[in-house]
Write a protein that binds this ligand. Structure first.
Ligand SMILES: [Zn+2]
Ligand SMILES: [Zn+2]
Length: 129
């Protein structure tokens, strides 16, 4: 099944040609700042399952250890996809950017020690510290 994620203005898109191998939310400070929300919601796909990328993609390397290079739309500011050194061979994509593609609920909750007290996890979601 092909799914397409796109930025708010639509100039930057990324298509995946297979289901993600991981579907996770993360409560860390960096994910909160990236999204401006209570947590980040990400899917990871194998690089070989990334179809086409259209539009102008601007990279930003996050000075974390290990590092990650995020790709965003310079026009509207959406961070759409990224490469994280801890996940070689994988591409992370902002799951909410698949707004009309019916991405299933996340199964992993990372950085749970930073979870806002009012955030409830979906049934069956495995929480990691
Ligand atoms: Zn945009
Ligand atoms: Zn995070």
């Amino acid at each position: 099944m092909t799914r397409t994620a796109r930025c708010c203005c639509g100039q930057l898109t990324i298509t995946i040609t297979a289901d993600p191998v991981a579907n996770a939310i993360c409560h860390c400070d960096s994910c909160k700042r990236r999204t401006g929300s209570a947590f980040g919601w990400s899917v990871y796909v194998r690089d070989t399952d990334v179809g086409t990328v259209t539009g102008e993609a601007t990279p930003y390397t996050v000075p974390t250890t290990p590092a990650a290079t995020r790709t965003f739309c310079r026009r509207c500011g959406t961070t759409l996809f990224w490469k994280a050194d801890i996940f070689p061979g994988m591409t992370g994509i902002a799951a909410g950017a698949f707004a009309d593609a019916g991405m299933p609920a996340p199964t992993i909750s990372a950085s749970s020690d930073k979870r806002c007290a009012w955030v409830e996890l979906p049934a069956g979601c495995f929480a990691t510290p």
